[in-house]
Structures are given as structure tokens and as C-alpha cells.
Design a protein around this ligand. Structure first.
Ligand SMILES: *Cc1c(COP(=O)(O)O)cnc(C)c1O
Length: 353
């Protein structure tokens, strides 16, 4: 892999800095270009610096772009581990198909990521709960205003040392059930990790924040009846001892943390069900005392307990506003595997030496 070095390196945040999420970026990035004549080409590592783009570039106008999110962790023996990267590359290529973006060679970007991580190893934070967040993205770069799929693209990977996703860390979150705005409908792009999904969700997110909530809990677009997911997390409920998560019906992002949790739960013998779950069922369970736990899952927040849900102006406190047992077990298992504290029986750690 070609590496273009920079003359001076950036100042790294000190170990005591509150990293937040996505505020700091490392010295280097991986890039690769696409055009019709050459396909994907010119894979390299270069300084992460501001870029110049013509303002007619199609990504600025029609959001033909996709992204991924994964994390790298320092292991007790000093090596680097990435959590299930092959799952992210496969999902990114599925998102590419939905957005008319040409599929990319997964082995090339994996090699690029590994070289980049080796070069940036000193940026991986080591305090508990921190990680190096990996953001692969593809954007349409043809300079053209016609509404057509672009014929040119840029693939890039940038890295950001991060702390916890929510300002209040592992404290249970408060969710506002959104019954007006919708995130995604079947046949739309909710299943793809594409840029426009997030722009479309911001209005609801802002209104929820103004009311003191962390995020919105989305319902299905058609009937506003079935629970879908949270802005950046898949949703789980524990009702009468059964762990329930909405089935992947086409409007929900197929999370890799979700998939990992399902496997852990099934292997440990918990009753698990992927099915449609209505908000009425959740509220009823809360009212009759059978809603034991609720939590969200996603790379950024890992496992995030939900302590309160508001639906139609009524608040429902879950598990006394505290983290539940199954939530804690999943958090400990996933982070234990990620940080190298538990044996990796599933081979989910990709070790980079
Ligand atoms: C990325 C994302 C998730 C979580 O997926 P993971 O693979 O677990 O990180 C859930 N919902 C949405 C909308 C997302 O963008």
C-alpha cells in the first residue's frame, strides 16, 4: 500500500481529555477512487487534511453516499483488535447496491484499514470505555447536477479517538416515541447506511432533545404502530423474561451489535424472538410490570440501557431507571471480547499485528 507521509504530526489529545464522540481526527486517512475506465483504483494512505471540491460535486446536492462505523481496541498484549470488520464491509457493499454505488473490493479496503491502524496505533486511547472509531465512507464525486448515479466516487476511511457516545456515559437513556415524523419506510433506504437517512432524522432528534430526551424511538411509517429502532441503535425489550427485538423487515438497519447480541443470548439459552413488536405491547408490559428491561445496541454506544420512554405525553420508567441484568450481561460480554478480557470463542476480534 502506498503511504504518503506528512511533515508534522498533529497534537494528540492527552490521556485525560474528555474525548466525546468524533471531535478529534488522526493524522492519516485511507483513500481510493472510482471512475468508469479504471474501476476502483489508486488505493493509498495519505495525510488527513482539508480537501478541495467543486461545489457542483454531486454528493453536495443529492447525498449519494454511504458510511460505516466500527471500532479498534488495544489488547492486553499491546496488539490492535477490530470488532467484526468483515461484517461492516459486507454491509457497506449491500448499502452500495441500494444507492447505485459500484461495489468495492473488500480485501483492498481491509488491507488499507490494517495499514492505517498500524500507522495510527498511538492514537488508540486506552482508558476504559474509549476506542478508536473507524469511519469508512463513499461519496459521489462527479461534478454534475443531473439527477443520475455518479460515475466517479471517493472511498475514504478516517479515524477518531472516542469516549462514550452519550454525554452521560452508561447512565440509562430517555427515549421519546416519535409518532409524527418517520425515519424510513419499507422500500425506502432505512436498511442502507446511507447519508440521507440521518439528515432526514435530525428534526425529530432536535425536538426530542429540546424536551430533554436523548434520542427518538422510531415507529413504522405506515401504521405508526410497530417499534423500529433508535437513530443509531437497534432496540431490544425484555418482556416476561423473553428478549424481543424488531425483525429486520426492510426499514431497519441490520446492526452488527444487534446480530452479536442475538447470538450471545441464544447461546446462553435466553428465549429470544425477532418479530414485530407494537408500541402498545411495550406500554402494556410497562403498565402491568412485565417490561423488565429495554436497551439499544450499536457500535458507537455499544449497549445502552433505556431508563424511560415517553409515548403520547406519558412517561414509562423501565427497571426503576436502572441498567437491567441482561443489559449488563451483554455489555460485559461484548466489551469483554472487544477489549481482550474474555476469550474470543466467536472469532469476532480481528487482530492486527
Ligand atoms: C449503524 C446503525 C445502527 C447500529 O449498527 P451496528 O452495526 O451495531 O453499529 C443501528 N441503527 C442505525 C440507523 C444505524 O445507522
Amino acid at each position: 500500500m502506498k503511504i504518503i507521509k506528512r511533515e508534522t504530526l498533529k497534537q494528540k489529545p492527552s490521556p485525560d481529555t474528555e474525548l466525546g464522540f468524533g471531535r478529534y481526527f488522526t493524522d492519516y486517512m485511507f483513500t481510493m477512487k472510482y471512475n468508469v475506465e479504471e474501476g476502483w483504483h489508486d488505493a493509498k494512505i495519505e495525510p488527513n487534511e482539508p480537501q478541495r471540491f467543486d461545489l457542483g460535486t454531486s454528493i453536495f446536492h443529492y447525498a449519494q453516499g454511504i458510511f460505516e462505523g466500527m471500532k479498534a481496541f488495544i489488547q492486553p498484549d499491546g496488539s490492535i483488535a477490530v470488532f467484526r470488520p468483515e461484517e461492516n464491509w459486507a454491509r457497506m457493499n449491500r448499502s452500495a447496491v441500494r444507492m447505485c454505488i459500484p461495489q468495492f473490493p473488500e480485501d483492498v479496503v481491509e488491507e488499507g484499514l490494517e495499514e492505517l491502524l498500524k500507522l495510527e496505533k498511538d492514537w488508540i486511547p486506552t482508558k476504559p470505555g474509549t476506542a478508536l472509531y473507524i469511519r469508512p465512507t463513499i461519496v459521489a464525486t462527479r461534478v454534475m447536477l443531473g439527477v443520475h448515479a455518479s460515475t466517479e466516487y471517493l472511498f475514504f476511511i478516517i479515524l477518531s479517538p472516542v469516549g462514550s457516545y452519550y454525554a452521560h456515559g452508561l447512565e440509562p437513556t430517555k427515549l421519546l416515541v416519535e409518532d409524527f415524523y418517520v425515519r424510513s419506510a419499507i422500500g425506502g433506504t432505512g436498511e442502507a447506511k446511507c447519508l440521507g437517512n440521518y439528515a432526514a432524522s435530525m428534526k425529530a432528534g432536535e425536538e426530542a432533545e429540546e424536551k430533554g430526551f436523548d434520542q427518538v424511538l422510531w415507529l413504522d411509517a405506515k401504521e405508526k404502530k410497530y417499534v423500529e429502532e433508535v437513530g443509531s441503535m437497534n432496540m431490544f425489550f425484555v418482556i416476561k423474561g423473553e428478549v424481543v427485538t424488531p425483525a429486520l423487515v426492510g426499514s431497519i438497519l441490520p446492526g452488527i451489535t444487534r446480530k452479536s447480541c442475538l447470538q450471545i443470548l441464544r447461546d446462553k439459552g435466553y428465549p429470544v424472538s425477532e418479530r414485530r413488536i407494537s408500541i402498545d405491547e411495550v406500554i402494556e408490559a410497562s403498565e402491568n410490570g412485565t417490561l423488565d428491561e429495554a436497551f439499544g445496541t450499536g457500535t458507537a454506544a455499544v449497549i445502552s440501557p433505556v431508563g424511560l420512554i415517553r409515548y403520547k405525553d406519558k412517561d414509562y420508567v423501565i427497571n426503576g431507571g436502572k441498567m437491567g441484568e441482561i443489559t449488563k450481561m451483554l455489555y460485559d460480554t461484548i466489551t469483554g471480547i472487544q477489549y481482550g478480557k474474555l476469550e474470543d470463542t466467536y472469532h469476532w476480534r480481528k487482530i492486527i499485528k
